[in-house]
Each structure stands twice: as C-alpha cells, then as structure tokens.
Design a protein around this ligand. Structure first.
Ligand SMILES: Nc1ncnc2c1ncn2[C@@H]1O[C@H](COP(=O)(O)OP(=O)(O)OP(=O)(O)O)[C@@H](O)[C@H]1O
Length: 369
C-alpha cells in the first residue's frame, strides 16, 4: 500500500534581482501516465505493494528513469525486490515514473494532496529539486486534503543521479540499500529550503545551492555533457568562461544596507555544501541551520578557475584572494549593470537571467534523514 502526508512552514532568505528564502514540507498527489494509484482508482500512481492497512505508511517513489543517463532506471529496477521485501510489510509503496522535466513537481503535489506519508525522490539533484518544488504551490506549502492524515508529508531521497550533491552534505553514499534502510526507520528532521522570489514571477525553491553568473552559466552548459559524468561541470565551466564578463552587483543581506560588490564572477547561496558534482562551494552551509552561506568569487579569470579548481573541490577556496563567505538569513541581489545576461540557477536548474530584483529567504520541510 501507499500513504501520504504533507505540511510545511516557510521563513525567508533574500538576493536582489533575486531573493532566497527557506521552507517546510507538505504532501501532494500528481499525475503520471506511467504510474498508478495510491488511494483511489482515479490516481496515477502505480501500486507496487499493498495490503490491508493498519495504519501503514503510504510512500510514493518519484523515479526519473532518465537520471544519470539512464542508470537511475536500471538501478531502480534492481532495487525494487529489496525495497518490497524491506518496506512492503509496513508500507504501501507507489512508484511513479517521470515522463519529462517538471513532471516530478506535479506528481509530488498530487501525492501530498492524497495524504502520502512521504514522497521520495529517486534520481539526481534535478529530480530532488523538482520534488521539493512540488511541496509548494503559489508560495505556500501544499496541503493534504485527506482529513485522516496525522502527519505532514516528508521528503525522502534515494540518490541515484550523476552528481547527487545534496546527499554528499548529509554524508550519504550513492548506496540505494542504505537509503531504503533510512526510509524504513523513517526518522524525520526539519530541513531548510531556500525561497527565490523574482519581480513579477512566482516563488521558486531550492534545497541545495542557488547561484548567479558564471557558475550558473557553467551548469547550463554542463547539462549538455552529462555523458561525461561529473567532468561535465568542469567542461561546462570552461565553456562558460568564453565571452564571460565579471559584473558589478548590488547586494543587501539580512535586510541591511545595499552594498556594491565589484567584478562578481559568481555568487553562490548555499543551503547545503556541494554543487557541480562534488565542488564544496559553500563548505560551512548547514541545511538545518535556518540560514545560508553566501560565497562570492570576484574578478576570477578562466585560469584562476583551473588553478584553484582543487580548492573548490575540497572547500579550501575560502582562503583564496577575492573569495568571501558569510552566513545570511536573507539576501537580495540587484543587477546594476543592466546587462540582462547574468544567469541564475537553482539546484542546477537554469532559471533564466537575473532580473533587476531578486531575493532569497528561508522556509523548511521535513525530511527522512
Ligand atoms: N522522463 C524524463 N525524460 C527526460 N528528462 C527527464 C525525465 N524525467 C525527469 N527529467 C529531467 O531530468 C533532469 C535530470 O535528472 P536527475 O537530476 O535525476 O539526474 P542527473 O542530472 O543525472 O543527476 P544530478 O542532477 O545529480 O547531476 C531533471 O531535472 C528532470 O527535469
């Protein structure tokens, strides 16, 4: 069988041109032509196991079959027998395969509305990111519509992606059997979520790192080179340096004064520590702290990036000239150059160009950790 929960709470963190915040979880129910039911015949979730319930947990697994160049699908199929034997006696298990980008958002919302106890992302950081965004709708947590639900819906993760950077912060290996054990134990923790607000657009959520300018452009290009594994991020960064210009940005943190930050190469807001397939970009970030670590790289050239690459991977780049770090609750970012070509990304997802005003605040969800 399968169940759902949902609830969340949202505080904020800010960036101008963009604004970052943090939020809490909820449960939904989504549509998926490739999946089957949770609780009703009309549902789209595929029931992998079910039996008569004495308050069994309803778990919805949102699987991206195209994650890690198709490896996620193969690993998931191999994992299913173990998952059924380990969880099938206590839980209703639903599998929902994503059919394309953003589908995981809809599936998650639907699962939460249906009262799922947990929605578990199976794939990489992109899939996790979409599931996290599914916990929210119109700037608020998605609400469970089943009155009998006693818990909010929790987020879960079986890391099976290319980078799986969020799992690194939690010290998790890409071991799906370990992930199943965590889900079986079902221990929940409050995890922060960043909320990005852009003028004239709805809120967008991130659980890992939101970043601006060169690193975001690098992520955009890296998506073309996923077949090279984690090397795709380095290739993407080198391509991003072609034609790149560092830009002055205005920044306001914790609702303080606006300050100009000159020649910004990249500005990274970390809820967790890693991005780009293992670069420890915000080494002091803690997703349970209620705040973000903001790391700003200024006046970097392509050769600085190559020479300091090892420091980015091991998190010692904070001691390098032109790299600053600070802990913030909110950040706003303003593109004073008006260049209109400063990329932003959220958990590796390309969000377009930095608008004139952006802010980031904190919210939170519950996660099975
Ligand atoms: N059926 C599908 N076909 C194509 N793309 C999909 C499908 N389902 C989801 N996606 C997209 O695939 C993207 C990448 O997936 P995912 O993050 O799981 O793997 P990854 O990119 O290999 O891992 P990582 O993000 O950890 O590097 C997601 O952001 C999602 O939008």
């Amino acid at each position: 069988m399968i169940c759902y929960y949902n609830h969340l709470v949202v505080p904020p963190v800010v960036v101008v041109g963009v604004r970052f915040s943090i939020a809490k979880p909820s449960l939904l129910r989504a549509q998926n032509p490739m999946a089957s039911d949770l609780s009703s015949d009309s549902s789209v979730f595929r029931r992998v196991s079910s039996s008569s319930p004495n308050r069994r947990r309803d778990l919805v697994f949102v699987v991206n079959p195209r994650g890690a160049n198709g490896r996620t699908d193969k690993e998931w199929k191999k994992l299913l027998p173990f998952l059924q034997s380990r969880l099938g006696s206590d839980c209703n298990i639903c599998e929902s395969l994503t059919s394309g980008p953003s589908h995981a958002i809809d599936i998650t919302r639907e699962a939460i509305k249906e009262g799922a106890d947990a929605v578990i992302a199976v794939g990489g950081d992109g899939t996790l990111h979409e599931v996290v965004n599914g916990f929210f709708w119109d700037g608020k947590p998605v609400a469970n519509q089943k009155t009998e639900a006693v818990h909010s819906t929790a987020l879960g993760l079986i890391p099976l992606g290319t980078g799986s950077d969020f799992a690194r912060t939690l010290g998790w290996k890409n071991d799906p059997c370990e992930a199943i054990e965590r889900i079986a134990k079902g221990v929940r923790s409050r995890i922060d979520v960043g909320v990005i607000s852009r003028e004239g657009e709805g809120s967008h959520y991130f659980i890992n790192v939101a970043d601006i300018h060169l690193s975001a452009k690098a992520g955009y290009y890296a998506s073309r080179y996923k077949k090279f594994g984690n090397l795709c991020y380095v290739i993407g960064a080198l391509q991003a340096f072609m034609g790149h210009r560092n830009q002055d940005l205005r920044i306001k943190v914790n609702e303080g004064e606006w300050k100009t930050c000159s020649q910004v190469t990249a500005l990274c807001v970390g809820n967790a520590k890693y991005f780009g397939g293992g670069m420890k970009i915000t080494p002091n970030a803690d997703p349970c702290s209620g705040s973000f670590e903001v790391v700003i790289l200024q006046d970097f050239k392509w050769y600085d990036f190559l020479l300091k690459l090892h420091k980015l991977y091991n998190g010692t780049h904070l001691s390098v000239n032109n790299v600053t770090s600070r802990n913030v609750y909110t950040i706003e970012v303003d593109d004073i150059s008006g260049s209109g070509d400063i990329f932003i990304q959220s958990d590796g997802e390309y969000l377009g160009f930095l608008p004139r005003k952006l802010s980031i605040l904190p919210a939170a969800i519950e996660m099975i950790c």
